[in-house]
Design a binder for this molecule. Structure first.
Ligand code: CO
Length: 465
């Protein structure tokens, strides 16, 4: 039997899930060489919300962080998470932007790009896959895992096969909500291993309390790689703990080849850092709570707390259970989209509107209208006709790949920002987060605003997503 491989997620999903992505580069660099020697298959260090958080909250250049990590990591593959045609943002970007962003990510040090589409619309992955392969990196296509009457075993098998055909070097089952139960994981992994000729990875979250059981069953079924986070940044809404999984699997026939002593040293390094975030209130104790309702409502942990805070600000906390029951109904109306960024936020907001306004779809956010028009891609199941009429009337629904409607944009942005920067990395930061990046470039040019002793003044604001 082949050994289980481990992807360490602390430096991306771990801190994104527990401390709103607030690890700074200087928290990471002192331990990165030790992490490089632990025996991980890969480390997820970039993408997701890290890019936005660097610029928005930490006054850091995300590209510089990547280069600093790359220069110290010699043995372990560096991995990032990419939302397909949405890159690291919340809307579709034109192909020229997607191609340039991927090329620069790889040039600056990324080895593996995990790319997914919120709707599992494979057309939204085409440009990314081509660009990743062209730049010579490992292309991992991720299935956004969810459950519904259309998300059957056959559905996932067909999707994974289509991804392999598209050029994927490996497949990931991305269970962003932590709703993949151990027995279902066994069945799904077994089935996918039967039909795929490329490695299979599993990504889950501990939110509902079953994550490590899910991994154990997936390993029994033959999964090649699992995603774990070193203990200080594990469990709760993050991944199962690396040490716990490794110590468990060590007794089996697929023992991972990992240095347990080094894992302990890495954990010891991160413990006081976690404590600091706890004292500052960045680590919300709620994220460490076990939330088995996740399995019942199929709502990711981050979305639960987001719904609660939306209701709080409307003085309607008592409607929480009602909103939780409305979420699956909205999902069904909209053709069962998986609840992952940006769909999780969109469906959640619609559910809140439906409950608070007292009439379903009386108020509809712009994003939901665009979704119904097909601008996010094809919904997994057809959208309820009656609801569609109520939301967009007789407006046209597109059937082409959404990015086919977008013309090139790089030159336009280049021109806009040329007084502040001419580097392609900066231009890409600007395209993704225009206001935030512009302010970052201005601060960088103005030495008065940057701190002379190097202790940056960080404003801790929760990301509400
Ligand atoms: Co995740």
């Amino acid at each position: 039997m082949n050994r289980v491989k481990i992807t360490e997620t602390a430096l991306r999903d771990g801190h994104q899930s527990l401390i709103a992505t607030r690890l700074r580069t200087k928290d990471i660099l002192p331990i990165i060489e030790k992490m490089d020697n632990a025996g991980y298959y890969s480390m997820e260090v970039w993408g997701g919300a890290t890019f936005d958080a660097c610029l928005r909250f930490l006054n850091e250049d995300p590209w510089e962080r990547l280069r600093e990590i790359r220069s110290r990591v010699k043995n372990t593959k560096l991995q990032m998470l990419l939302r397909g045609q949405n890159l690291l943002g919340y809307k579709h970007y034109p192909d020229d932007v997607v191609e340039a962003f991927i090329q620069k990510s790889i040039e600056n040090g990324i080895d593996i790009i995990r790319v997914f589409d919120a709707l599992n619309d494979i057309r939204n992955l085409e440009t990314s896959v081509k660009a990743i392969k062209k730049a010579g990196a490992h292309c991992q296509c991720a299935i956004s895992y969810t459950t519904s009457k259309v998300h059957t075993l056959d559905y996932f098998v067909e999707l994974a096969k289509a991804m392999e055909k598209l050029g994927a070097d490996s497949i990931c089952i991305k269970d962003m909500a932590g709703i993949l139960t151990p027995i279902s994981a066994y069945g799904l992994v077994k089935k996918l291993k039967d039909v795929l000729n490329i490695p299979l990875e599993l990504h889950t979250h501990s939110t509902s309390g079953i994550g490590s059981m899910t991994y154990l069953k997936a390993v029994e079924a033959g999964v090649d790689i699992i995603d774990t986070a070193i203990s200080p940044f594990a469990e709760g809404t993050s991944q199962p703990a690396t040490e716990s999984m490794v110590l468990t699997l060590k007794e089996g026939e697929r023992a991972p080849n990992i240095n347990v002593g080094l894992l302990g040293e890495i954990a010891d390094y991160f413990k006081p850092i976690k404590e600091k975030f706890r004292k500052e209130g960045i680590l919300n104790p709620k994220v460490m709570d076990v939330e088995p309702k996740t399995i019942i409502y199929k709502v990711p942990g981050g979305m639960l707390s987001n719904l609660l805070s939306q209701l709080k600000s409307a003085n309607a906390e008592y409607k929480y259970e009602e909103v939780l029951r409305e979420v699956p109904r909205v999902r069904e109306d909209l053709g069962f989209p998986p609840l992952v960024t940006p769909l999780s936020q969109m469906v959640g907001t619609q559910a809140v509107f439906n409950v608070l306004s007292g009439e379903r779809y009386k108020m509809v956010p712009k994003e939901i209208k665009e979704y119904v028009k097909g601008l996010y891609g094809r919904s997994p199941a057809p959208i309820n006709e009656e609801i569609k009429n109520k939301i967009i009337g007789n407006d046209e629904v597109i059937t082409v790949r959404p990015a086919d409607l977008l013309g090139p944009e790089i030159e336009k942005y280049k021109e806009e920002i040329k007084d502040l920067t001419t580097s392609m990395e900066d231009i890409l930061s600007y395209i993704l987060f225009p206001q935030v990046a512009k302010k970052f470039f201005e601060d960088r040019l103005n030495p008065k605003l940057s701190d002379s002793n190097g202790e940056e003044k960080v404003h801790y604001i929760y990301v509400t997503m």
